[in-house]
Design a protein around this ligand. Structure first.
Ligand SMILES: NC(=O)c1ccc[n+]([C@@H]2O[C@H](COP(=O)([O-])OP(=O)(O)OC[C@H]3O[C@@H](n4cnc5c(N)ncnc54)[C@H](O)[C@@H]3O)[C@@H](O)[C@H]2O)c1
Ligand SMILES: O=C(CO)[C@@H](O)[C@H](O)[C@H](O)[C@H](O)COP(=O)(O)O
Ligand SMILES: [Co+2]
Length: 390
């Protein structure tokens, strides 16, 4: 003890969380009880706050209101503009104001967020800072929100051009996934969700990859109504939850679910809204697969399978900024900072398994960009042999 120190105190506590994810059909059918389970029906004056993605106003508002009315619950629906461009503090504060007006309390009638994962991320962030955290419920309405965000504990807004720079760990107490809600989702956003499914498949589930490879285009065309939609959605959710539950607070910053999320974040942010999140992630997945190929760790056949699958589903194979070496190096620098000093770049070894690397040289970046260009221009058909490593 230094002479100036009189006393010391160490405080240690554990934060335990428990949250529930239900996969259902017809979530807004009055017969479906799932969204009533958190409503306090002993207080007839209590209102249920619903934070609805404004893009779903015409599709869902009446159904949501009718659902609660059928059970004599008054729903107060506020509509919030979504899309990456609105994932910011202004949107968060508008939700905080709605929480204040609605008298949101800690335990009863937690607000229900219904919408794309942008709306869900911002609503969750708002719930986590309002009164230092109130419970909340979420109903994702995009494929990406259903297969990825649905089990996540993370909330966030973008800040100063940086993706998810402000955020918290504050999982929704309940999440209800109903793939029937994908009926109105525009095709590009279905494809976008396939970007994160591809990520999950490449890092840990070769069966999921084969399903996407074989059935991806029909799944997108049918809005995930045809076989094997259920297996694809369940496997993707299961892959995510099994990774998250062992490292929910991200004490370990070597995360395989960061695959596709190293080069893409600043590129995605630089061109918002030109590249959607899942599109940027998918290009990064392919880029990093080419890196594995250059290193002799992944076969050319597997890289072509990835590229062809992306092309057939409708995902972009490249973007000009993935050829900008300065941008790629800045992205790695930023990832290192985000991962506390280590790059921790997940690299696929064979489809369905991966490892980590801590360094990518400029020469490798040049080789990868040259090969990616050939691959993208040939829609996944042409992948020349990598130049011998010096
Ligand atoms: N918290 C997490 O762990 C986590 C995980 C993955 C992604 N994310 C975040 O999710 C965001 C992307 O989410 P997204 O892809 O859902 O985008 P999004 O929320 O922008 O939704 C896409 C568009 O579709 C509209 N929409 C949503 N559902 C619809 C439906 N059923 N019918 C018609 N239109 C509908 C939305 O209004 C929006 O315009 C990114 O910001 C990413 O960082 C977070
Ligand atoms: O995009 C997200 C979360 O925003 C997920 O798909 C993904 O699995 C991971 O959580 C991201 O790699 C890390 O996200 P972040 O820490 O950069 O916000
Ligand atoms: Co992601």
């Amino acid at each position: 003890m230094s002479p100036a120190t009189q006393n010391t105190l160490d405080i240690e506590a554990e934060l335990q969380v428990k949250y529930h994810v239900a996969i259902t059909r017809d979530v807004f059918s009055p017969d479906n009880p799932l969204l009533l389970e958190t409503v306090d029906r002993s207080d007839p004056a209590a209102k249920q706050l619903v934070i609805l993605d404004a893009a779903l106003s015409t599709v869902l508002r009446e159904r949501v209101e009718a659902y609660f009315a059928a059970h004599d619950v008054t729903a107060e629906v506020i509509e919030v503009d979504s899309g990456e461009i609105n994932k910011n503090l202004d949107t968060c504060l508008s939700i905080v104001d709605a929480l204040e007006r609605s008298g949101a309390r800690r335990q009863s009638n937690p607000p229900i967020a219904i919408g794309g994962n942008v709306l869900i991320d911002v609503a969750g962030f708002s719930a986590s800072i309002y009164r230092r955290g109130i419970p909340w419920v979420r109903v994702p309405t995009t494929l990406l929100g259903m297969i990825d965000g649905s089990v996540s504990a993370k909330t966030a807004v973008n800040h100063q051009g940086n993706r998810n720079r402000l955020g918290t760990f504050h999982p929704a107490m309940r999440t209800v996934v109903d793939t029937g809600l994908l009926a109105s989702l525009p095709r590009r956003h279905l494809v976008n969700g396939c970007g994160e499914i591809l990520k999950m498949a490449m890092i840990k589930d070769s069966r999921l990859f084969s399903l996407l490879e074989e059935h991806g285009p029909e799944l997108v065309a049918s809005h995930f109504r045809t076989e094997p939609a259920e297996e694809v959605v369940t496997r993707a959710i299961d892959g995510m939850q099994s990774e998250l539950r062992q490292n929910l607070w991200e004490k370990d910053l070597r995360r395989i679910v960061d695959y596709g999320h190293t080069f893409s974040p600043p590129i995605e942010m630089a061109v918002v809204p030109e590249l959607l999140h899942g599109e940027a992630v998918a290009i990064d997945c392919l880029f990093t697969a080419v890196l594995s190929y250059v290193r002799g760790r992944l076969s050319g056949t597997d890289v072509r399978r990835v590229a062809r699958t992306m092309h057939r589903v409708g995902l972009p194979l490249d973007h000009p900024l993935f050829y900008d070496i300065g941008m790629l190096e800045r992205a790695m620098e930023e990832a290192r900072l985000h991962r506390d000093g280590s790059l921790n770049l997940p690299v696929v070894q064979e489809i369905g398994s991966c490892a980590f690397t801590q360094e990518v040289t400029r020469e490798e970046l040049h080789q990868v960009t040259a090969l990616l260009k050939e691959l993208a221009q040939s829609a996944g058909e042409n992948l020349p042999a990598p130049a011998p490593q010096r």
